[in-house]
Design a protein around this ligand. Structure first.
Ligand code: CO
Length: 157
């Protein structure tokens, strides 16, 4: 495994829509190695989520930490959202030192494949719901600063 450099705004690689991973490629060394390296990179940066375009790979892979260890989700798709939204204070490994309030759906339902290629379906609220919305935005070339209602950075020390 290896730590990968995290691309920083305004790198244009962060602004591209990522492509879906073919189900048959998930077991490949390339995708499994990408997942391992993304997990190590996220941990090294003390992140709770990371998306493949942040390490320069424009494919729909995210790692999310929801309290039970970093987990990979491939081709994640939000298929249902709550009408209710919440204010979320966010930062991003690709926008270091910047924090701001973003409106996010309070609850989302997500379909994805796990790293073994199995279909998974998640009903999420709280932080996990917000992390998925943030990471899936990355797969569409969107950063939280595009949606921010007000910046709260730099954080008060
Ligand atoms: Co981010």
């Amino acid at each position: 495994m290896s730590l990968l450099p995290v691309l920083k705004d305004p790198d244009t690689n962060l602004r591209t829509r990522s492509v879906e991973v073919d189900k048959g490629d998930i077991s490949s060394g390339r995708i499994q190695g990408l997942i391992d390296n993304m997990i190590e990179t996220m941990a090294g940066e003390n992140g709770i989520g990371i998306a493949a375009p942040q390490v320069g790979v424009k494919e729909r892979v995210v790692i999310v930490e929801m309290g039970d260890g970093p987990t990979a989700y491939i081709n994640p798709k939000i298929f249902s959202t709550s009408l209710r939204k919440v204010d979320s204070e966010e930062g991003c490994l690709s926008v270091p030192g910047v924090f701001g309030i973003v409106k996010r759906h309070k609850k989302v339902k997500v379909k994805a494949l796990d790293r073994d290629g199995n279909k998974v379906q998640l009903s999420l609220s709280g932080m996990p719901a917000i992390i998925f919305q943030h990471e899936i935005d990355h797969l569409d070339g969107v950063l939280f600063i595009d949606k921010v209602e007000r910046f709260t950075s730099p954080p008060k020390l």
